[in-house]
Design a protein around this ligand. Structure first.
Ligand SMILES: N[C@@H](CCC(=O)N[C@@H](CS)C(=O)NCC(=O)O)C(=O)O
Length: 202
């Protein structure tokens, strides 16, 4: 398997999952500041986004939830996805909330502000993004007040929250207490430490 990643981007969550399952993989770094048309990644994944996972048979998987789901289901010994229907449903619910709401609706607006047409538009985008991310963090904080991991046992949902938490300082969206405690638990995991080190973020 080969993971196309950019240091500290959302691909970090998939990098953590790869470390957790312990299967062999290669890394290919992508420079997201390069225009899409000039990226080698675009030949592999026309969406030109990370994470992109190329499997051993050459087929390509895109979209964080699909990649995380496939990795977890194809490596059941790592126990990153529950066996029961309720646990599976709650895991996907939490995963989707982190990726689609916290990341894409919240943090992506803050990142995307650099492409705004005017400074006023950039400020408005950042404010909206920070507001959405703050409210999403509050919801996750509520969930984590009652448990250590987002969906009961440790799962792919926790890896999705982790990469978003890495953006908290830089994006000026503070983590509430229970989310911060989750982040600390994640950073104590050897798989997370290995992924951070390989991306030059340790
Ligand atoms: N919905 C996608 C989001 C992927 C995404 O937005 N990745 C960003 C990095 S965090 C990216 O590659 N952006 C491409 C670019 O900036 O050109 C997923 O779940 O994988």
């Amino acid at each position: 398997m080969k993971l196309f990643y950019s240091p500290g981007a959302c691909s970090l969550g998939i990098h953590v999952v790869l470390e957790e399952i312990g299967a062999p993989y290669e890394l290919e770094k992508v420079d997201l500041s390069t225009p899409v048309s000039d990226r080698a990644l675009t030949q592999v994944n026309p969406k030109s986004k990370v994470p992109t996972l190329q499997r051993d048979d050459g087929s390509v998987l895109t979209e964080f939830p699909a990649i995380a789901y496939w990795l977890a289901r194809s490596h059941p010994a790592a126990k990153l996805f529950p066996d029961d229907l309720e646990g599976q449903t709650r895991t996907l619910e939490a995963l989707d909330f982190c990726v689609a709401s916290l990341h894409m609706q919240g943090f992506s607006r803050v990142f995307g502000a650099r492409r705004a047409a005017t400074p006023a538009e950039a400020e408005a985008m950042k404010a909206t993004g920070r507001d959405i991310a703050t409210r999403a963090f509050a919801r996750l904080d509520d969930m984590l007040a009652r448990r250590e991991w987002l969906a009961g046992d440790y799962s792919i949902a926790d890896a999705s929250l982790f990469y978003c938490c890495c953006w908290s300082g830089m994006m000026e969206v503070p983590m509430p207490a229970h989310v911060a405690a989750h982040f600390a638990r994640m950073k104590a995991r050897p798989a997370v430490q290995a992924a951070l080190k390989q991306e030059g973020l340790a």
